[in-house]
Write a protein that binds this ligand. Structure first.
Ligand SMILES: [Fe+2]
Ligand SMILES: [Fe+2]
Length: 332
């Protein structure tokens, strides 16, 4: 793979106009456009940046793996993740939040989640979640979390086909979110293999949630992205609580547990990375999804995707060697 330099251009189009749409379309026709999941408002390239002490090794070349674009975080970014909550601004937001709370109730019940309040002054002994209970929760959570990005991406893809109009760059962002959530699931599956009953509930949950989300997406993409934004707020809370428990010594089996290899490969973690490092990058991913989905709900389904990366690498003609590689009919 050739050395590649990226030019990042993040378009925050607060009030999109027809002019900005046509500018974007002409830009798309000149170069490849990739979407990204920027954690926060990054306006400059970070791959060439040496300004941060990176916790993880970052390859200065374009990633050689086949995965879609995903964030690789610095230590500062990982530790800067905060629990946030977006204020309601419309009835859409209230509907979305009510749906998240309802879903969370069933979720907590099924996964046996015990919310431990740090402000509790009660003398009674508070039960804490064990490592196995956390894993059960994470696996079920992530099996559901991978659905919205795929459904939303698929819906926009289908809409683009049937209306014969451009999508304005949303599809890649949504599909890469779905893949990212699936990687969370695959990581936790390295630590626990669920039984048949659990898999049955996952099957049931996916059947219900996929269809409900799909139908709602057809009616109101805005509610759906707000819903995911609120859901990711909850995910950040859950992973923050787990990291706090780990730091407080309440999860002894994970104190010296190495990170699964799949996680080291995907997030480019160092060889000596531990499970805590994995929890930190997953929490950062959830914060990224939170940011992206709230923003997508804000701009509305007809605006260009505010999260775009433009790369200077266009499709160059193949070299002589590359042509010879596929010219097998003329090989001796
Ligand atoms: Fe996740
Ligand atoms: Fe998520």
């Amino acid at each position: 793979m050739k050395n590649t330099q990226f030019l990042f251009q993040i378009h925050y189009l607060i009030s999109p106009t027809m002019k900005s749409v046509s500018q974007l379309n002409s830009m798309q026709s000149r170069s490849l456009l990739h979407t990204c999941l920027p954690l926060m408002n990054k306006k400059t390239t970070r791959i060439d940046s040496n300004e941060e002490q990176l916790h993880m090794k970052i390859d200065n070349k374009q990633s050689k793996d086949y995965m879609m674009h995903h964030e690789i975080y610095s230590e500062k970014e990982l530790n800067d993740i905060k629990i946030t909550h977006k204020k309601f601004e419309s009835w859409h937001d209230r509907v979305a939040f009510a749906a998240v709370r309802t879903m969370r109730f069933f979720f907590d019940t099924f996964t046996g989640y015990i919310h431990e309040s740090s402000t509790s002054k009660s003398d009674k002994i508070i039960k804490t979640m064990t490592e196995q209970q956390w894993l059960r929760r994470f696996i079920f959570l992530e099996s559901i979390a991978g659905v919205p990005g795929m459904v939303a991406g698929m819906s926009r893809h289908m809409k683009s086909l049937r209306t014969m109009k451009r999508d304005h760059g949303w599809i890649h962002t949504l599909l890469s979110e779905a893949e990212n959530e699936r990687m969370h699931l695959l990581t936790f599956l390295e630590l626990r293999q669920p039984g048949y009953v659990f898999r049955g509930f996952v099957l049931l949950g996916q059947g219900v949630f996929f269809n409900a989300f799909f139908l709602t997406y057809l009616l109101s993409p805005q509610i759906c992205h707000r819903f995911v934004g609120f859901l990711e707020e909850e995910a950040v809370i859950t992973y923050t609580r787990c990291i706090e428990n780990l730091d407080a010594g309440k999860l002894p089996a994970w104190r010296n547990l190495p990170a699964p290899q799949i996680a080291k490969n995907y997030w480019k973690l160092s060889n000596d990375a531990m499970i805590r490092d994995v929890l930190l990058v997953i929490r950062a991913d959830e914060a990224t999804h939170r940011q992206v989905n709230h923003k997508l709900a804000d701009v509305g389904p007809n605006a260009p995707n505010p999260f775009l990366i433009q790369t200077t690498e266009t499709q160059t003609p193949p070299s002589i060697d590359e042509q010879q590689e596929i010219d097998t009919a003329n090989k001796n």
